[in-house]
Design a protein around this ligand. Structure first.
Ligand code: GAR
Length: 219
């Protein structure tokens, strides 16, 4: 029997801070080297702990200083150049806290994904947990989506959700959402590497054309 073999795929991850999602991704791909691996981590913040995490795993860790560039477009050009050097099948935004220019998004369209701590389209932008508590919502969670020019607005790939506990504090809620992220993001990334998730214009195609949007990760 002829089993179709594909080459392991390169992943580049962009971080601005702690990089706990990056860690979850690295750990989950450790036993799946035939699918792909994180080959480089790039940050706009010299002290991002995500860069240390990368070095610990012998992954290229690169800092690009936004102050060295006269505009967002110039910074993004440099960022795109660095990323393209690694010929990635997938570019993962994992707490990368910068708005990306239209040209950048175009270059990586279809292979650029982001995780956002809310059940999009609810609560794009910052301070999602506080806004959820203030609104008295009973559900919250996290979303993975393809990146388009619209902030936190590209086609949704998958979500994981939880029910708020009574009088739950901001810190407790943030921790619970993050622990969902550590399952959701690696799950989506493996499906993407397996060719089971494809961006199709402004929507997502799953597996054999079964269009269920978005996928929901249940415990
Ligand atoms: C994550 O919770 C991610 O959802 C959020 O930043 C955090 C990064 O944590 N991203 C956004 O808010 C993007 N809009 P980490 O650095 O520990 O992975």
């Amino acid at each position: 029997m002829n089993v179709k073999q594909t080459k392991p795929k390169n992943i580049v991850v962009l971080v601005s801070g702690n990089g706990s999602n990056l860690q979850a991704i690295i750990d989950s791909l450790e036993g799946k080297v035939e699918l792909g691996s994180v080959i480089a981590v790039i940050s706009n913040n010299a002290s991002a702990f995500g860069l240390e995490r990368a070095k610990k795993h012998s992954i290229d860790a690169i800092f690009i200083n936004p102050k060295d560039f006269e505009s967002r477009e110039r910074f993004d050009q440099k960022l795109a150049e660095k990323i393209e050097f690694y010929n990635p099948a997938l570019v993962v935004l994992a707490g990368f806290m910068r708005i990306l220019s239209a040209d950048f998004v175009k270059i990586f369209s279809g292979r650029l994904i982001n995780i956002h701590p809310s059940l999009l389209p609810k609560y794009p932008g910052l301070n999602t947990h506080a806004r959820v508590i203030k609104s008295g919502d009973i559900k919250h969670g996290t979303s993975v989506h393809f990146v388009t020019e619209e902030l936190d607005g590209g086609p949704l790939i998958a979500q994981a959700e939880l029910k708020l506990d009574e009088n739950e504090s901001f810190t407790e809620l943030a921790l619970r959402v993050q622990s969902l992220e550590y399952k959701l993001y690696p799950w989506v990334i493996v499906l993407f590497l397996q060719g089971k998730i494809i961006q199709f214009e402004n929507s997502v195609k799953y597996n054999n054309d079964c269009l269920v949007s978005p996928l929901l990760l249940n415990d």
